[in-house]
Ligand binder design. Sequence first.
Ligand code: O2Y
Ligand code: MN
Length: 602
Amino acid sequence: MNPQNTKHDPASLVNKQLKQWVQEINELCAPAAIYVCDGSKAEYDRIMAEMAASGMAIPLEKRSNSFLFRSDPSDVARVEDRTYISYPERDQAGPTNNWVHPDELKRTMLGLYKGCMKGRTMYVIPFSMGPVGSPLAKIGVEITDSRYVVCNMHIMTRVGTRVLEVLGAEGEFIPCLHSIGAPLEPGQQDSSWPCAPIEQKYISHFPDENLIWSYGSGYGGNALLGKKCLALRIASAMARREGWMAEHMLILRLTNPQGRQFHIAGAFPSACGKTNLAMLMPTIPGWKAECLGDDIAWMKIGPDGRLYAINPEAGFFGVAPGTAYNTNPMAMDSIKENVIFTNCALTDDSDVWWELMSPPPAHAIDWKGKDWTPDKDYPAAHANARFTAPASQCPIISPDWEKPEGVPIDIFIFGGRRASVVPLVHEAYDWDHGVFMGATAASETTAANIGAVGNLRRDPFAMLPFCGYHMGDYFAHWLAMGDRLGDKAPRIFYVNWFRKTAEGKWLWPGFGDNSRVLKWMCERFEGKVQAQESPIGLLPLKQDLDLTGLKLPADNLTELLKVDAAAWKAELPDIEAHFKKFDSHMPARLSNQLQKLRERLG
Ligand code: O2Y
Ligand code: MN
């Protein structure tokens, strides 16, 4: 489409800062054309059709308006080693982030960006994280040379003209520059997933300037810059400055049989069933769950002093392998149509398939485009294969998921995957203790993580790869928010759905039955049930966990709620070493919590 003299023409932009930035990037990246996105369905359909015509997108006959993409095998996930938090001082980024001085990083990246969009269209994507115009929302503009990114951004964020209207002539936005880093020379044949080699990939954040520069990758969190880059890394730094919270949390609403609503936000490291929990189907009669978000929560203290949360995203970018009707029926029902699939297998009847979705097909084309049969000793779908689907398609999406003011959070949950030591659920004694739980959260690595299987990895607040500043200062921000919230602060719990017997069998059924644990939390919040003190926190009394209809052996429950003081004592040196990393930024209040835990353990 010729953008000249239309709303797609950058000359039509009224925001002065945006117009100037687009001009600067045009000069730097030298694209063949510039196109300002309007966010319409017609635009999505046209760009997707172009990708289908080029062979990059494979239309799926079994799912209406759905397409499969196969990425380059070198570009399949977020690249943490190539992700930078760039401040003038290394200490501002802290020990858990990669750091390069902004001058040096910009020099390197400017060299890469020079002429990087030759032969391609440069898309300007105005987007809102959060409902357009919400007091909690932020506006970003992503410039990209990837059509795949444009279509994914259409689903994952609110894109287009409405955003430009809210931005107006003087409004502020977060500039997000993205290039796949693969200029096209005249006559050169494009590849189906152009990207740069790993050593040229950079996912850079300049939090002092609210600025994101991404180069070389077209995949997920590296390229859809509204998600991890803006909504977590940049937003966490903004939130600290402005007194709110940007967290790696699902948001769900539980309604009890009496109609009382509870809002829960939960942070879990990867491979802990976060999406399953976000779309939970309770097994306890009379309880209803609604999903408000599966990955990110932005929270601000409201006029009544409570903490209000919005989901800044508009879609799900979910892991496909393992998603099935028996594990997450709501996710399966969310992806029946209007979906972008990436790195899934293609079946002979033009559908997608992935491991554990259903019995394997007799034949498929795997994520690398090769014939695949079930006798192969490698999976048909990549372990990080994804679906991008509109959140509105989730059958249990809450009617309030786009409420501009958000929903009041009653309960925070932290968790991790632990085969032993950590009980099914325990409650924090107070806010500081809850922050200690979040700060020490740990999970055993699985095949889906990078690194050896079964290693204990501390992932504070599940924010390790996503905190846009020094993690010690982030802990202090949590403490400061608690001080401001006072007695209106959410109650904090820690869960472990993954405890096993000595023989390696699951002790807890998980999935929909996790609603039983959530029910206990809600009843604690209401003051309906007592709890039992233990060295690590407050535990349920056995009779207060609603196990009706569940054939759980009594020994399992005993084991699930067991606190082995010796095993916990053995964890203390690791927690100490973990805290030591944060050096002078480590809040004394959390070191005190460690001391208190030590004393309670005896
Ligand atoms: O690998 C990627 O690029 C996606 S990472 C991701 C996507 C959706 C939700 N969470 C995550 C994550 O890594 O936490
Ligand atoms: Mn996530």
